[in-house]
Design a protein around this ligand. Structure first.
Ligand code: HSE
Length: 430
């Protein structure tokens, strides 16, 4: 039975899970998957984390270099996250002839090109299933299972923290601040939740999925992004009354020679499959020209599911499958062209509008006049409260309209004397 020695850098939540499964089952994987995995060295600067993970002292390396320089180690698992020193560790490991497994989506989104190039030059591979969708094997599906297809759309919930917050707001009428506080208490959201709530994490994941799915290089800075931090509870409640649920979606669509890539809060009809994905779960719908629609669902974050994905990658590399795929698939080379991203102002969707108006005759006519002049057609209007002469919300659904037109119309509407405060607009899909 082949035995492959593995080095692990980082013993945080996921690293500790990976250490545990390799120590408990590494050898036992042999009969099942055809290769034994031996955790040979672990690097972690925080002694408390080493104690907590119960890693035997003899396996603890002084630093990551000791692992990278060990000629017996064939695979390095990087689980420290962030850009530095993760980037340097990965590049150095590849140059020293190690294969690399990582969950580092921020690094791959920002420096994927350099890392892929370095790996291909060194004749090694980098695998990163755990970087998107936690335990859901969505990268493997895009790369292998759906390889025969021209991918048309990637459409999903790829951030568990924000999905938990939105679920709490929708189902328990919690304000954004309360739902975020609860997510932090439960350990889903970081003390600094910016990466999740700003949509940046979803953008990194969309960039990774789009590169594999559409086979183009992606400048993730150019992906349109809106987070959930400006969402008001009333928006969700009014949308719910109309039969819509709010989700933070990562959307990728092929549009001729361009790609439409965007991350933003999106309303979905209640019976849409993604509307039923709640809590920290993720779900990604992918459609291809031959397979049609597919859907991948599971726990998108957390120790156990993410560990499952990391170790599956290690097995794939140890068996020799991943290096072949990595060396052959065009999306991992430096050849793919840089994607041309569609200007967000040209993208067409339906819209939910929430406008605070003075309740008096002629107000609706003024607002619909502005919308009409901007080529926006109203599908439905609801005024959930009636208080003559007082401030009330006017809630509208539009037919499909161009983003640039809607923004211009809302700027004009917000200048009307009968409108108070900044109006709210949320895109609608499905
Ligand atoms: N912070 C991420 C999420 C998990 O909430 O989905 C890691 O990708």
């Amino acid at each position: 039975m082949d035995q492959v020695k593995v080095g692990l850098v980082g013993l945080g939540t996921i690293g500790a899970g990976v250490a545990q499964i390799l120590l408990e089952r590494g050898r036992a994987f042999g009969p099942k998957v055809g290769v034994e995995l031996l955790l040979a060295r672990v690097a972690e600067l925080d002694r408390a984390k080493i104690r907590k993970a119960k890693v035997p002292a003899k396996l603890v390396a002084k630093n990551a270099d000791e692992i990278i320089d060990d000629p017996d180690i064939q695979i390095v698992i990087e689980l420290i996250g962030g850009i530095h020193p993760a980037r340097e560790i990965i590049l150095s490991a590849l140059k020293k002839g190690k294969h690399v497994v990582t969950a580092n989506k921020a690094l791959l989104a920002a420096h994927g090109d350099t890392i892929f190039k370095t790996a291909r030059k060194a004749g090694r591979c980098i695998s990163f299933e755990a970087s998107v969708g936690g335990g859901i094997p969505v990268i493997g599906a895009l790369r292998d299972g759906l390889a025969a297809n021209g991918i048309q759309t990637i459409f999903g919930i790829v951030n568990g923290t924000t999905n938990y917050i939105l679920t709490q707001m929708t189902q328990a009428d919690k304000t954004y601040a309360d739902a975020l506080g609860e997510a932090q208490e439960k350990g889903y959201a970081e003390a600094d939740p910016t990466a999740d709530v700003s949509g940046a994490d979803s953008t990194h994941k969309l960039a990774i999925l789009a590169r594999i799915g559409f086979g183009m290089r992606i400048d993730y800075h150019k992906i349109y992004r809106e987070g959930i931090d400006k969402i008001h509870l009333e928006d969700l409640q009014d949308a719910l009354k109309l039969g819509y649920v709010l989700k933070l979606l990562a959307i990728g669509k092929r549009q001729g020679s361009q790609l439409e890539l965007r991350v933003h809060p999106t309303l979905l009809p209640m019976d849409h499959p993604l509307a039923m994905v709640n809590g920290v779960y993720n779900a990604i719908g992918i459609s291809g020209d031959w397979v049609g629609s597919t859907m991948f669902y599971g726990r998108g974050a957390g120790r156990e599911p993410t560990t499952s994905a990391v170790v599956a990658d290690v097995i794939d590399v140890a068996l020799g499958r991943a290096p072949i795929t990595f060396s052959k698939r065009g999306c991992f080379s430096s050849k793919p062209k840089m994607a041309r991203l569609m200007d967000i102002t040209k993208i067409k969707t339906r819209y939910f509008l929430r406008i605070n108006v003075i309740d008096r005759p002629g107000v609706l006519a003024k607002i619909s006049g502005v919308l009409g002049r901007n080529e926006i057609s109203i599908a439905s209007v609801v005024q959930p409260e009636w208080r003559h002469g007082k401030l009330v919300p006017l809630v509208m659904m539009t037919h499909t309209a161009m983003s640039g037109h809607v923004r211009r119309a809302m700027r004009q509407i917000d200048c009307l004397d009968v409108v108070k405060g900044k109006s709210r607009l949320i895109r609608v899909e499905g």
